[in-house]
Ligand binder design. Structure first.
Ligand code: SF4
Length: 377
């Protein structure tokens, strides 16, 4: 079964590190929703959704900027995709939008999971990230989510900030762990060129944390969260039992999904040997004028897909089965690559396993680099 991703491109303000597509004006919000309804309708009878959508994910931007009337319209139109086989409906929210009323609206419509960007409980770092919420709002939002009865939700944490010490990070993790959270996504701060932080780095007014220190942060997060009972099922994702994200896990496994909304991406297998990926332009006006327009259409061959699958699969706890690579991607490692994997095992970067390739904790630190080395052998 395929999934649906809906990109809601509205944010209250621009976080200093963010290079996702969003706008801060809301004058086109009604028009966006009308365009989205057209797009949802367009896919209603497509064979990809003959049994409904397995997962539906509202990302952004900040979907929680939408008003109750918008949610009602969107969910009315999504009914054709929501079946007994739909496993997960997720909405990204920000703490400053979380109220008892707004959460009750989502719960009543059938949303099963929330994803909330908290990032830190430290006021000065919230300010540095230009987040729209305070520490108190983040705490209250988690309490409201729990009170409203959402059993599954994730909270984001960002580490590796300039000048952030291990003691600072420990204090943040302590605060995260005071709540009974089912899932945490922890990302290291990436400084992207077109962002406020990117420009500060370019001017020399911001010095990023050194790589060694970021690695120490990564290992600390991993150690503390696994000790607290979370399963580190992907480099950035930690779940209590039964709370892995189906939607994200499906992305990593190359399961078909249709992306709707301005700036959304889609991925669909064509014939088992090639797949197609396309985007909606990150341009709200263009989307409102033509919600079915596709750009950057790419056809991907099995060899490219195998490389992608390696790149993503090796970031997961489950790793990648040799059989899957062979049967689905017609890919087998060459003698040289097998020799390289053997060397990585001897260095403690790959776990010894007869049927699959799985990185160790030290290997995960270098995951992207190791996979690039592996595929260019
Ligand atoms: S709220 Fe999320 S999408 Fe919006 S600017 Fe901040 S990080 Fe980016």
């Amino acid at each position: 079964m395929a999934g649906i991703y809906i990109h809601v491109p509205f944010c209250k303000q621009a976080c200093s590190y963010c290079d996702f597509y969003f706008v801060t004006k809301t004058d086109l919000m009604d028009a966006f929703v009308q365009a989205l309804l057209i797009e949802i309708k367009h896919w209603e009878n497509h064979s990809l959704f003959s049994e409904g959508a397995e997962t539906i994910y509202f990302g952004g931007g900040t979907p929680s900027r939408l008003e109750p009337k918008h949610w009602q319209l969107i969910f009315d139109s999504l009914q054709a995709f929501i079946t007994s086989k739909t496993r997960e409906i997720t909405v990204e929210v920000n703490p400053d939008d979380v109220t008892i009323e707004s959460m009750q609206v989502l719960k009543a419509l059938g949303v099963t999971r929330l994803s909330m960007g908290v990032q830190t409980f430290d006021e000065s770092r919230l300010h540095f990230m230009h987040r729209a919420h305070s520490k108190t709002q983040a705490i209250q939002a988690i309490e409201i989510i729990q009170k409203t009865g959402f059993k599954s939700f994730t909270v984001d944490l960002i580490y590796g900030n300039p000048n952030q010490t291990l003691a600072d990070l420990n204090a943040d993790i302590d605060q995260f762990l005071t709540f009974d959270l089912p899932h945490i996504s922890a990302y290291s701060l990436t400084i992207e060129p077109r962002t406020r932080l990117g420009k500060a780095e370019e001017k020399g007014t911001l010095i990023p944390l050194q790589d060694d220190a970021v690695s120490e942060h990564f290992l600390l997060v991993r150690e503390r969260l696994t000790q607290a009972g979370f399963e580190a099922y992907e480099v950035s994702n930690f779940a209590k039992l039964g709370h892995r994200s189906f939607h994200n896990s499906n992305y990593w496994k190359h399961i078909d999904y249709i992306g709707m909304g301005a700036g959304a991406h889609s991925f669909v297998w064509l014939d088992g040997k090639t797949a197609r990926r396309w985007n909606h332009a990150p341009d709200l006006k263009a989307y409102v004028n033509n919600p079915l327009q596709q750009t950057d259409i790419q056809t991907l061959e099995l060899s490219e897909l195998a490389e992608e699958r390696l790149l993503i699969g090796l970031r997961t706890k489950d790793g990648l089965e040799f059989d899957e690579l062979k049967n689905r991607y017609q890919f087998s490692f060459s003698e040289e690559q097998l020799h390289f994997i053997q060397q990585l095992q001897e260095q403690g970067l790959v776990q010894p396993h007869p049927e699959k390739i799985v990185l160790t904790d030290s290997g995960l630190l270098l995951a992207d680099h190791l996979v690039l080395e592996l595929i260019t052998k």
